[in-house]
Design a protein around this ligand. Structure first.
Ligand SMILES: [Zn+2]
Length: 115
């Protein structure tokens, strides 16, 4: 499905209409306890709702969609794998994950404030 308009409205502070033009697919089972995977403009996500947490996760994945667009499929994969193997840091601190987690926190914070 496309991102519902209501979700787009809430995320419009952080993303343009074009950046939110992605397909969302639900998959109840994802490996390694991860919340989402992206393949180009397709986001595979465990679940999605309009709560601050749900929109935060969607925002997190949208950051990866942008990175993916900039680096390309192999560029993204290579950098992710290289960072993961070369640095002894938690996944959330990886250069590609940090901005995603930071924005996720910001979205949750701002939307909870607004509620
Ligand atoms: Zn991530």
């Amino acid at each position: 499905m496309k991102i519902p308009q209501e979700a787009k409205d809430k995320l419009s502070r952080w993303f343009t209409e074009d950046e939110m033009d992605v397909h969302v697919i639900f998959c109840r089972w994802l490996p390694f306890g991860i919340g989402g995977i992206i393949l180009g403009r397709v986001i595979i996500i465990k679940k999605f709702d309009l709560s601050p947490a749900g929109l935060g996760l969607l925002g997190h994945e949208l950051v990866h969609v942008q990175q993916y667009k900039e680096l390309g499929f192999w560029g993204f994969l290579k950098k992710y794998a290289w960072d993961l193997m070369s640095q002894d840091i938690p996944i959330a601190s990886l250069p590609l994950e940090k901005p995603a987690y930071n924005l996720q926190r910001e979205i949750i914070w701002e939307l909870e404030e607004a509620a």
